[in-house]
Design a protein around this ligand. Structure first.
Ligand code: MN
Ligand code: MN
Length: 308
């Protein structure tokens, strides 16, 4: 099957998985249940989660995925970002949607969505990534919010979630526009504006809920950690994973000790939960597009696959 077809298939699974996740997301519902049911649904479609389901609430911008035995629930009066990844033979679609449980977030939510639509419209194989960033920034500022400048969209590759090119959420300064930073045909890109009522910067929280296989073993790990490492290497294809995905095979204690040992040795990398620096609410909207050989683009993560 050709690349474009696999991306389209990945996008079709994504659309259905997102529908399920959003339908499960209500105040009081369990984050763990939303994540696991959605991840299992993706697997049943013959795909794999390209990363653990992210459920980021209020000032948390990204990288919160339920932990083992997570007991947290969707709070009342919250803004929730659900960010999913689907991989079909390694071809990844990555998109995020929001649910708000208080009308005070309506304008914030739509500012991120408007920025996404404006960015998608702007993209072609001649435009600079910062021109797209400028459109994102302008749209969000015009609506009275700030873009988050240290989060960005990204190119996608086979089994590669961030494949080299970043698409910033700012870009008014034309000095930034380098000729090499352009979109390429036959490539997929995730575009993801974030907006906030805060300062527009995210910082690392102490918690890490998502990990990735980062480099080969250098030091000799304990036999228990080695066992976990071999499993991770075999099953997660170098894509981000959740410690939850290890519980059917290992005890919670062994998982925790192995993660600690292997991140210490930089064999694994743990992603920190990212939150807005002033603890203000954050909105995110994301879609994956594929730029075809003829220059046209396909929004892969929308129900009606639109060609333009
Ligand atoms: Mn995403
Ligand atoms: Mn992304």
């Amino acid at each position: 099957m050709e690349t474009e077809k696999k991306y389209k298939l990945s996008g079709q699974v994504h659309v259905k998985a997102m529908e399920l996740a959003l339908s499960l997301c209500e105040p009081g519902s369990s984050l763990l249940e939303i994540a696991e049911r959605t991840e299992n649904f993706i697997r049943k479609q013959g795909a794999i989660p390209a990363f653990p389901v992210n459920i980021s609430i209020n000032e948390v911008a990204a990288h919160y995925s339920p932990i083992i035995d997570d007991t947290s629930e969707i709070p009342d009066h919250s803004i929730v970002k659900i960010d999913l990844g689907v991989a079909v033979d390694g071809f990844i679609t990555d998109a995020a949607r929001m649910k708000i449980f208080d009308s005070k977030f309506e304008k914030l939510k739509t500012s991120a969505e408007h920025a996404l639509f404006a960015a998608l419209k702007k993209i072609n194989d001649k435009v600079n990534v910062y021109e797209v960033g400028a459109v994102v920034e302008k749209t969000i500022r015009k609506e009275g919010f700030k873009p988050i400048t240290n989060l960005s969209g990204h190119s996608l590759g086979q089994y590669s979630l961030h494949d080299g090119l970043s698409i910033p959420n700012y870009g008014k300064n034309k000095k930034l526009w380098k000729p090499k930073d352009v979109f390429h045909k036959n490539n997929a890109y995730a575009i993801e504006p974030f907006s906030t009522t805060g300062k527009g910067i995210v910082i690392d929280d102490d918690l890490e809920t998502i990990f990735i296989h980062y480099s080969q073993l250098r030091n000799t790990p304990s036999p228990q950690a080695r066992e976990v490492f071999v499993y991770i290497k075999k099953h997660f294809y170098g894509l981000p994973f959740s410690p939850r995905w290890l519980v059917e095979k290992f005890s919670k204690k062994q998982i925790e000790q192995a993660l600690e040992e292997l991140t210490e040795q930089h064999v694994l990398h743990g992603y920190s939960v990212l939150k807005e620096i002033t603890n203000k609410p954050v909105a995110q909207a994301e879609d994956t597009i594929f730029l075809k050989e003829n220059g046209k683009k396909v929004i892969l993560t929308r129900k009606k696959v639109s060609n333009s």
